[in-house]
Design a protein around this ligand. Sequence first.
Ligand code: ADP
Ligand code: MG
Length: 322
Amino acid sequence: EQLSNQIAAGEVVERPASVVKELVENAIDAGADQIDISVTDAGLSRIFISDNGGGIKKDQVELAFLPHTTSKISSRDDLFRVHSLGFRGEALASIAAVSRTTMLTATQPGLGTLIKLEGGKILSETTQTSRQGTSVEVRDLFFNTPARLKYVKSVNTELSHIADILNRLALANPAIAFTFSSNQNILLKTSGSGQLLRTITEIYSVGVGRQMLAIENHDLDFKITGFVSLPKLTRASRNYVSLFINGRYVKNYALNKAIIAGYGSKLMVGRYPLAILNLQMDPFLVDVNVHPTKQEVRLSKEDELGTLITQSIADKMRAQNL
Ligand code: ADP
Ligand code: MG
């Protein structure tokens, strides 16, 4: 059973950033509006995530670490159909299988549950005073899976993966206040104001705020809201383009191209705008027949959506006499 956990773990827990993603998504699902993340050595030594969400009841804590005991949904087809981000019920089990994990959780301020695991084995479960919410500490990631550890890249590479994921989670959740620190340095701090433009400035820089255009458009199938930068504010990396479908960050090459097409010849070749677009649609339009941890999605009516995106941006540019 522990071996099968370790094998399954490789699917979910590829690198420190995957741990951060799964734990933060759990905190979001738990209704937290404050989530603090800190890592040491890009998470290889230590990942610590604390939230002020609903917590886990005493008699559910052990269960939460068993594979496939999600309290959420059980089918990957539900991925874009329901609001919750978790859907496999194996993240905690997988993370605990390849690390030394400690969780303190309480459903109200007062007595909480402290559980300690090592390599998936429960070492202890005790009662301890806690505020409401959950904190998870993951130490010594991959200590028992040297093969996996070999695939982990440099500290800088892993750290930038974590930062990318947290930027996207913060952009997708402007009403949640996030802090992220690495070896004691604060790298990200959002206020949880609920305003996307403010979150954008908190992540990218205050100056960016004045250089963003609001996008709002819809047709019968799709609703688009968000912000794109003026053509003069461009970056050399496509990393500054963020697409969210029904609140979930996705990668889609055709839609990225549709954004760039909206700028026509105003965008220099090889440059990318800063763009954060929320796409709302019937979940049945999302092809979920893709690996769940990969972020690439295919859409039915992708061409229609692409055209709508291009049009929305082009119209906005024209309205601004750009
Ligand atoms: P999933 O998110 O797919 O349900 P996980 O292994 O990530 O599976 O989590 C298992 C269960 O543990 C969740 O369904 C949830 O009930 C509980 N849980 C995990 N993290 C938290 C948290 N931060 N706050 C409250 N409950 C949590
Ligand atoms: Mg989860």
